[in-house]
Design a binder for this molecule. Sequence first.
Ligand code: PFF
Length: 520
Amino acid sequence: MSRLQKRDSWGSRLGIIMAVAGSAVGLGNFLRFPSKAASNGGGAFMIPYFVALVLLGIPLMWIEWTLGRYGGGFEHGTAPGIFHSIWQKNRFIKYFGVIGIFGPLVILVYYTYIESWTLAYSFFALFGKYSSLTDQASMQSFLSGFQGLEKNQYFNGIGVAYTFFLVTFALNVWVIYYGIKGGIEKLCKIAMPLLFIFGIFLMVRVLTLGTPDPAKPTWNIVNGLGFLWNPDFSALKSAKVWLEAAGQIFFTLSVGIGVILTYASYLSKGDDVVLSGLTASSTNELAEVILGASIIIPAAFVFFGPVDIKAIAGSGVFNLGFVTMPLILNKLPLAPFFGFAWFFLLFLAGITSAVSLSQPAVAFLEDEFDINRKKAVSIFAVVTFILCQPAIFFLGRGVVDELDFWGGTFFLVLFATIETILFAWVFGMEKAWDEIHKGADMRIPGIYKFIIKYVTPLFLFVILGAWFWQEWLPKIFMTNVSSQDKVFILGTRIGLGLVFVTLALLVKIAWSKRKKRGAK
Ligand code: PFF
């Protein structure tokens, strides 16, 4: 192979664990999880959630770490090349791998914008910009004004939000410009401990709230925690709860989309993946079910009560994070300080995930086109900057929800299914089991051989099947989309289709170049 450059690598084992944990711990842990849990009845959600963790999340995490390290050995850091290395005889498999670059890009374009809100709100909190607002309606109009959805006394356009977007975008690009060891690893080694400090601090504050209103003695922290943790077995009968729980597991662990493949491709052959993968995933679960579950929901329960919490949760992720939470924190002494801790926690969680979503596209350009990192990052920056614009300017038209559906739900499950089949059935379970354990610090319990081969794929097929059964037609025909928004949703889909086709063409070009070079 005529490689012009040497691939980047991680500086230390702690570094990659922090980076993968950084990718996993994100807005999903602190906003998406509480919203999903509360809108699926609290305790009803947690059983399917843990089942999905054990049968889908953990197996996929090992699959991705192993496939990534394996692909890195062939100097491939993204799914087209990794899939090709596994199944060289199949000419089409590399095109399935396109999802592993496309999916992260789709998530990235809306994720970056939300990440920029968290930075903006950190400043708003610190400088008391929303400190006089005490009810849902005014906090909501503050948010809508900021997002440019309405002109009001707080904001007269999208200018402030756009400025914060530019700063956030530049920060993300700056980190990846410095590469794996010099950028991503350095960031995560600082940001992750800091994030945990902020998280623990907020959790302790919420857990010591007690009963703020003596007239409502049942609105207390114990009942707030009970809302989430008292199991409700009847929910096991609902297909929707299962789908939501599985979707959350994928999203929160960053598996099933290609990001961990890329991170693991910078490992060396003899590096452990079993324990490292497990450590990174456990860190994520700690941040989700201990910190994520102990902040918004119990606090909202204490201040708004058992009835309203359902409506609040149903009002969506943005409302929980940017309306309910600042309102609650406003009621506490030292409000600016707690507000800052909350939003800056979200910002740290967001930036460490955003860089991970960026890396597959950059790695693709570097590995398959032999472009150096700085050039690859520059191309990436220009293209994604353009792609981010619709999410910013058509936010109110359902574009973000549409991107989240395809990138953050559908393609995730689809890609996870392809990966699992390739790993367990094409690569072969015996070989796969040996490959996982190369350099391993511990052995995986034998039952996981069975789980990875049969249970995980079956579970994934059931999820895909149930989705097709229940939602395929209404989704495709936009049954639940208002007529003014249809054109925007259609535009988003056409845009997504074009991005996908462009990536597939790039794969084709890269492979015909390889052929000319005589590479396999
Ligand atoms: N895991 C991140 C979160 O919980 O916010 C989101 C995410 C990052 C999803 C990277 C997928 C991904 F590849």
